[in-house]
Design a protein around this ligand. Structure first.
Ligand SMILES: Nc1ncnc2c1ncn2[C@@H]1O[C@H](COP(=O)(O)OP(=O)(O)OP(=O)(O)O)[C@@H](O)[C@H]1O
Ligand SMILES: [Mg+2]
Length: 398
């Protein structure tokens, strides 16, 4: 399994695990809430019954017992008679009172009808009232969830959000430290490779100069071909040495740079593939040519790989609103829309011998070293793909 697939599998397993934990926690809290709600209804019923007893009995001991039971019940409730007149309340804000009678008995108490209505309405919304017959009329006991139950209902959401924030912060911290570690490894390796290639390349160049003197290079183009390839090796080493240090960007004609590289590249692939470079020939942008050639090489190689047998690769250069666009279009197998972002992830490949590194390096070189953007502009399965590079335009010569 390649690292990309492994990462995806991990991601999905962890996601599934998180869903199991979250739903388990919600289900369990729901179960607790239901249990407590049932017990609160029972308490409200007992309280309603106790009221009946209070009016039916003269036994003081019994009444004291009933009052003790009543006071231990914590569910907030309001009792109204059959005409909707307020009778009793409990578990509500004791500084506010609802009835004129209470206000009459104690002139300091303010009659707060708004509060009474508000509380009664919220109780009506929450539960069916409990009916109890007192003194030959039917009273209704409205009640609402206790503060504890309300808190418990919200608890899992608060808890899960706190955990999610914590995990997100931890993930961001770890992934950024892992990225910077990867950066160091990749920069170190690139620099070391460039360094080690340096010596044999210089000797090869010297040998070629000697061979040119010894054999007639004009008559023997093989030596020139060899020289070309060694020069190429030198460019490769140069690319690697540029990784990690801020490359110098030169104000270059984009068309010319693209044309030069495409001309070099086209003779090295099957002649069943046609290349075309077209568009604005005056556009300029800040380019580091060795690195930008590498970008083009990766895109062109991918385009070649995507074309099974015969096809066309077009590079179109245009400028709009101070931006240069370089569109690389092929007539290959195409990329599914869901993979437009994924293709840039390191390790994602559909090729047997691919590493899935080409596009991730390309993205890095475009974004980090050229301050540009690269994305899949368009693609259709079986028809072809366009990758777009967007760079900041620099002033023209004229
Ligand atoms: N022009 C394209 N058309 C269709 N698919 C593409 C194209 N360019 C890239 N892809 C898809 O994106 C994948 C990743 O490309 P990338 O260049 O990163 O890796 P690779 O070409 O598979 O391997 P390598 O590391 O050798 O470049 C490819 O395997 C291919 O599936
Ligand atoms: Mg590639």
């Amino acid at each position: 399994m390649n690292p990309y697939q492994q990462k995806r599998r991990w991601k999905y397993s962890l996601l599934a695990f998180a869903v199991v934990i979250a739903s388990g926690s919600l289900l369990y809290t729901n179960y607790l809430v239901k249990n407590i709600a049932t017990s609160e209804r029972t308490r409200a019923q007992v309280w309603a019954l106790s009221m009946k007893q209070v009016f039916a009995s003269d036994d003081n001991d019994f009444l004291n017992y009933v009052f003790a039971v009543r006071d231990s019940l914590t569910v907030p409730a309001i009792v109204v008679d059959d005409k909707g007149e307020f009778k009793y309340k409990k578990g509500l804000d004791s500084t506010k009172t609802f009835i004129a009678i209470e206000a009459e008995e104690n002139p300091n108490i303010k009659y707060d009808t708004a509060y009474f209505r508000h509380e009664l309405n919220s109780m009506k919304e929450q539960h069916e009232p409990i009916k109890v017959t007192v003194l030959n009329s039917q009273w209704l006991v409205y009640y609402k969830d206790s503060a504890l139950l309300t808190q418990l209902k919200f608890f899992p959401y608060i808890q899960l959000s706190v955990i999610a924030i914590f995990l997100l912060t931890a993930y961001t911290a770890f992934s950024s430290s892992r990225k910077s570690e990867q950066n160091q490894v990749w920069v170190g390796l690139a620099k070391e490779t460039a360094h080690q290639l340096g010596t044999p390349i210089s000797s090869l160049m010297a040998w070629i100069e000697l061979m040119k003197d010894k054999f007639n290079a004009e008559k023997d183009p093989l030596i020139l071909e060899m020289e070309n390839d060694v020069k190429r090796l030198e460019i490769v080493a140069d690319r690697f040495s540029k990784i990690g240090s801020r490359p110098v960007l030169e104000n270059r004609n984009v068309y010319e740079v693209v044309k030069d590289f495409t001309d070099y590249f086209r003779v090295r692939v099957s002649n069943r593939i046609t290349f075309e470079v077209r568009g604005d020939t005056n556009t300029r942008a800040g380019l580091n040519v060795p690195l930008f050639d590498w970008v083009l090489e990766n895109l062109l190689k991918n385009a070649v790989n995507a074309i099974e047998d015969k096809g066309t690769i077009t590079v179109d250069i245009s400028e709009s609103k101070k931006q240069v666009f370089i569109d690389v279009t092929d007539t290959g197998k195409g990329i599914a829309r869901s993979k437009f972002d994924t293709v840039f992830q390191p390790g994602y490949t559909t090729r047997k011998r691919g590493w899935g590194l080409g596009l991730s390096l390309t993205k890095r070189m475009v974004e980090n070293y050229h301050n540009g953007h690269i994305f899949v502009k368009d693609s259709e399965l079986g028809k072809g793909t366009t990758f777009r590079i967007a760079l900041k335009a620099t002033p023209h010569d004229n």
